[in-house]
Design a protein. Structure first.
Length: 238
C-alpha cells in the first residue's frame, strides 16, 4: 500500500491503528453519514477532488458549479492550490505506512473518520448534520443551526484535507485525540481562494459504567485554524 497518510474528504476509507477499549457504535452512524454526504459532494462539484500520486496529497480541482462560469467576458479565476504536505501551510509530511485492516470506531482513526465526515458534510452544505458532530458542550456546537450556517455562507466552496491522527490521550475515563486539518475553499464575494491550517481535538468518554453510546462516540471538541497566504497562481477562465 502507498505510504500516503493524507486523506481528502472525498476518500471515505481510513486505515487501522492501535485498538483501545471496545466501544459500541454511536447513535449517529458516521459511515452512513459519510457515504450520504459523499453522494451530495459528487453532485455539488464535478471532479471536485483529483488524487495526486506524489506519495502525500489528494488535491481538489476548481468547482464547476458557479453559474457565472458560462457567462462571457468574466475575469480569470485563480485555481485552488492548497500548500503541499511538508511545506509552509501544508499538513505534516508523515510517510509512515498504514495498515489496511479495518479500524474500530473507538480508535484514533475512528476519530479522524468523524472529522473527515464533518468536512464532507460541510462541503455538501449539510450544516445541521455537520453541527451534530460537535460535542454538545463545545463552543462550535453552542450556536443554533442558522448561526452555524452563517459561518460558511461566505464560501462558495469549502473543502478539507485530513492528516494522520495523533496518539489517543487517555486519562480519568476521558479520551482525546488531535487530528491535523488543512481547509481550503473559495470566497463567495470575489471568488478568491482561501486557505487555513490547524488541528481538531476530538473527545469521547471511555467505556465506563453509566456512559451512553453517544458519550462514547468521538465528537469534535475544538477546531483551531490559522489563515495561510498563498502567492497568486496562474488564473483560469471562468
Amino acid at each position: 500500500m502507498s505510504s500516503r497518510l493524507l486523506i481528502s474528504v472525498s476518500i471515505l476509507v481510513l486505515s487501522g491503528c492501535a485498538r483501545s477499549e471496545p466501544v459500541d457504535n454511536s447513535t449517529v452512524n458516521i459511515n452512513a453519514a459519510a457515504i450520504a454526504a459523499q453522494g451530495t459532494v459528487d453532485a455539488y462539484g464535478d471532479n471536485m477532488f483529483e488524487a495526486e500520486d506524489k506519495g502525500s496529497a489528494a488535491n481538489a480541482t476548481v468547482s464547476d458549479t458557479d453559474p457565472s462560469a458560462a457567462e462571457p467576458g468574466n475575469t480569470m479565476l485563480e485555481p485552488l492550490d492548497p500548500p503541499a504536505p511538508g511545506t509552509a501551510g501544508g499538513l505534516p509530511n508523515d510517510r509512515t505506512p498504514q495498515s489496511e485492516a479495518r479500524f474500530p470506531p473507538d480508535s484514533a482513526q475512528g476519530a479522524a473518520n468523524v472529522l473527515q465526515t464533518y468536512y464532507a458534510l460541510l462541503s455538501a452544505r449539510r450544516f445541521a448534520d455537520a453541527r451534530a458532530l460537535w460535542q454538545p458542550s463545545a463552543p462550535g456546537a453552542g450556536r443554533d443551526v442558522a448561526e452555524f450556517t452563517k459561518t460558511f455562507d461566505r464560501f462558495s466552496e469549502y473543502h478539507a484535507n485530513i492528516g494522520a491522527p495523533g496518539r489517543i490521550d487517555a486519562g480519568a475515563g476521558q479520551r482525546d485525540v488531535t487530528v491535523p486539518v488543512q481547509v481550503y475553499g473559495r470566497l463567495s464575494a470575489d471568488r478568491s481562494p482561501s486557505y487555513a491550517i490547524g488541528s481538531a481535538v476530538l473527545h469521547r468518554v471511555a467505556a465506563v459504567d453509566g456512559a451512553s453510546k453517544d458519550q462514547r462516540a468521538w465528537r469534535i471538541a475544538s477546531i483551531t485554524l490559522q489563515p495561510v497566504t498563498r502567492p497568486v497562481t496562474n488564473a483560469v477562465p471562468r
